[in-house]
Design a protein around this ligand. Structure first.
Ligand code: ADP
Ligand code: ZN
Ligand code: ZN
Length: 724
């Protein structure tokens, strides 16, 4: 029996692949290799070496080439990835592929960790003086006159610089230069005097440096959590160690990066999906080489190599953006904890509205809780008030009391935020004569009217349709938009307050890179304005002149059947409310609802998030739902319902019987049709995570072999965060 290498290849199959070692050179665990795969070649990662082959040696192929002389992935990352693939029942190859920036998954030499820098040559200077170049060439020479510039800097100042650069390099007028060594450690911005609770939190985490200890930093918005992160990162750097800071969204990144850079005086690497691939790969490699010390990133940054790890921080740890919802369905917060244990460093989870999972971990003594209860910068906590919408005359869904409050705020020269978690003009277009409404044929859900685009759009499958001028069923002329999206609220508020700028912030107005930042930059700090937006507005960004937050339409969240809806609504309300009164001016929060007596709203407003979370946790305990029970969801979709049902019953029959397993289904998914596909699911639950994994692990390997498996799309989700 020949000895083989076990290799992870980026394919959605629950297995590693055996290859004979390369003809020349050795391949170590964690190195990338090029292998023949089917009719093509593929880049994979060596997971095990010197293993006995599973298949006969005649069918074994040989590794073509070893791409890395020293392993690209270190032992800790290899161990963490193996754990992750096993825990989330993912295809191992997909787990490894997630860990590597795209450029590093290709058969190419590793990019240099430093970005190229361009500078003028002496000839270039003379050419500029002589005025011998025109157009783009001249503009580039002119730009470089002030000093050398990096490709990124040029991309922002002179978007079309590349062709000019090519011409000028050929003519010897500009050249590539060595980047200046990164500046030494010198904090630029003077530190704030920390308050007592911040000191306690910082001391507790510092005391745990060098070992694994999870902390939950539970602090209301504006209580100074980011200051705590900064102080701890500073201490990590002072020990010569690296820090990883995860944030849920890129929208949060620019402001935080600026704060980190100003304070720490060291380069801060940024990793998120909106970044150019070269940049991403370089940042990843600089952390791997230990050249860089601080990395700030979204979900997939949790895979950044940390050879000198000192601290891991997960900001807004409750945010569902940390869960990957396709392919390899890992949870970055949970993975951060796994890495913290492997790396023996403290992990700090921060939130104003901690997840019920983390609160339960505090209760069970697994995490240590740290609290920030006061807002250093604000004089008063915001005052929260419910507006009962019943029997009110509404103007595009806005009550007189709400409009009045917005009017008061802008008259005082302050800013107001109207929050509605729904894009578009109206969620339904209804015929007044016969009751017909526009529906997506592929999802059987109402289409959202987008007035500016003159389109009906399905928010589930992106189907777009023209807006009919008459009812297709009865020919009636009165097609009425029902309900409100942000676009309609923007229109209504603009009409009501013609003197005041109204700014809409949602996925449509922020499509371009940095658009969110730019929109907020346009907001004068001392002038009145009205912001209308979706949950993008719920986070980050200090708006010191914002004193009123009006939350419109929380009722969907109160009435939802999803067992997490209450938790989500509580988090959203508290996060959005936290935008008000961040500076010295007192803030006010209004909540418009048809259900003013709903117990969740009551607890939330009367006693705050912690009390509401306690009640929700008690309910979960009683019903055995997460975090007290554990779930694995098998999802399945196909064009025909019968095929879906067949696969799910085969899967159900193949499940081992165990006392502690509870099985719900097979049943249609909460959204039974989506994008023309029938959807179904099987939910497996157990109070014991160990039992659940023991049963599901071997079963998951069998699923692909079931008779109907080839006719459907299926996926497994461990700890699903929605049952959609
Ligand atoms: P969070 O991250 O909890 O929302 P931040 O760290 O952003 O809170 O702090 C909110 C505001 O309070 C910021 O403007 C920050 O500069 C200020 N701040 C934080 N800590 C202090 C302090 N100890 N003294 C004075 N101002 C502070
Ligand atoms: Zn009609
Ligand atoms: Zn649709």
């Amino acid at each position: 029996m020949p000895l083989v290498l076990r290799i992870a290849l980026p394919v959605p199959l629950p297995t590693l692949f055996d290859y004979l070692p390369p003809a020349s050179g050795a391949a170590a665990v964690g190195s990338r290799v090029l292998v023949p795969f089917g009719r093509n070649k593929a880049v994979g990662v060596v997971v095990e070496t010197d293993m006995p082959a599973h298949v006969g040696s005649t069918r074994l192929k040989r590794v073509l080439r070893v791409l890395d002389e020293t392993p690209l992935l270190d032992a800790e990352l290899m161990q963490t990835l193996a754990w992750a693939a096993d825990y989330w029942l993912g295809a191992p190859g997909e787990a490894y592929a997630n860990a590597l920036p795209l450029l590093l998954r290709e058969d190419k030499p590793l990019p240099e960790t430093q970005e190229p820098i361009w500078q003028l040559t002496i000839a270039g200077r003379s050419a500029l003086d002589a005025g011998s170049r025109r157009g783009g060439s001249r503009a580039l020479l002119q730009a470089l006159l002030a000093g050398p510039m990096s490709a990124t800097e040029l991309d922002t100042t002179l978007p079309d610089w590349r062709p000019a650069a090519r011409r000028l390099v050929e003519a010897g007028l500009i050249e590539r230069a060595e980047p200046a060594p990164s500046s030494a450690f010198f904090p630029a911005v003077p530190k704030l005097a920390l308050h007592a609770e911040q000191e306690v939190a910082i001391a507790a985490v510092t005391e745990a440096f060098g070992r694994f200890q999870p902390f939950l930093l539970d602090g209301i918005t504006g209580s100074g959590k980011t200051e705590v992160y900064l102080a701890l990162i500073e201490r990590t750097l002072a020990q010569g160690k690296q820090a990883l800071l995860l944030v849920p969204e890129i929208g949060l990144a620019p402001q935080t990066v600026r704060r980190l850079r100003d304070r720490l005086g060291v380069p801060v690497e940024v990793l998120h999906s909106n970044l150019a691939e070269g940049e991403r790969a370089r940042a990843w490699l600089r952390m791997r080489a230990g050249e860089a010390k601080v990395v700030l990133g979204t979900r997939s940054a949790v895979f950044t190599p940390l050879p000198h790890a000192g601290l891991i921080i997960v900001d807004e740890e409750h945010d569902s953006a940390y869960k990957q919802q396709e392919g390899f369905r890992y949870h970055a917060r949970d993975l951060a904890l796994v890495r913290g244990r492997a790396l023996q460093v403290p992990v700090l989870l921060g939130s104003a509205t901690p997840s019920l999972e983390s609160l339960a971990n505090v209760e069970a003594g697994r995490y240590r809780a740290l609290h920030l209860r006061s807002r250093p910068a604000a004089t008063h906590p915001p005052q929260v008030q419910i507006i009962d919408m019943r029997a009110q005359r509404l103007e595009h869904g806005l009550s007189p009391a709400l409009l009045h409050a917005v009017g008061d705020a802008v008259t005082r020269g302050e800013q107001a935020l109207v929050f509605r978690n729904r894009r578009g003009y109206a969620p339904v277009l209804l015929c007044h004569s016969c009751g017909w409404h526009a529906e997506c044929p592929r999802c059987e859900h109402p289409l959202t009217l987008h007035a500016a685009w003159r389109k009906l759009v399905c928010h589930h499958c992106d189907l777009q349709a023209p807006v009919p001028s008459t009812c297709p069923t009865c020919g009636g002329q009165e097609l009425k938009p029902q309900g409100q999206g942000t676009e309609r609220l923007e229109e209504a508020l603009t009409a009501h307050f013609p003197q005041v700028p109204v700014l809409r912030i949602d996925r449509e107005t922020t499509r371009r890179r940095d658009a969110f930042e730019q929109l907020l930059d346009n907001l004068a700090e001392d002038a009145p304005a009205i912001l209308v937006g979706t949950q993008m507005l719920a986070k980050g960004h200090d708006l010191p002149n914002l004193t009123l937050v009006a939350i419109v339409g929380v009722d969907e969240g109160l009435l939802s059947v999803d067992f997490r809806a209450g938790e989500r609504l509580g988090q959203l309300v508290v996060q959005v409310a936290g935008r008000a009164g961040r500076a010295r001016k007192p803030g006010r929060v209004l909540l418009q609802t048809h259900h003013p007596d709903h117990p969740l709203l009551h607890t939330l407003l009367a006693q705050g998030y912690t009390a509401a979370a306690k009640e929700l946790l008690a309910e979960r305990k009683q019903t055995g739902l997460p975090p007290y029970g554990h779930q694995v969801l098998l999802r399945c979709e196909a064009h025909q319902r019968a095929v879906v049902d067949a696969f799910l019953s085969e899967a159900c029959a193949a499940l081992p019987t165990a006392d502690t397993l509870q099985i719900a289904g097979p049943m249609p998914a909460p959204m039974p049709l989506r994008a023309g596909r029938q959807r179904g699911q099987l939910l497996i639950e157990s109070p014991s995570r160990r039992d659940l994994h023991a049963a599901v692990r071997p079963w998951s390997a069998q699923l692909a072999q079931l008779p109907s498996a080839r006719k459907v799309r299926w996926s497994l989700d461990v700890d699903p965060i929605d049952l959609y």
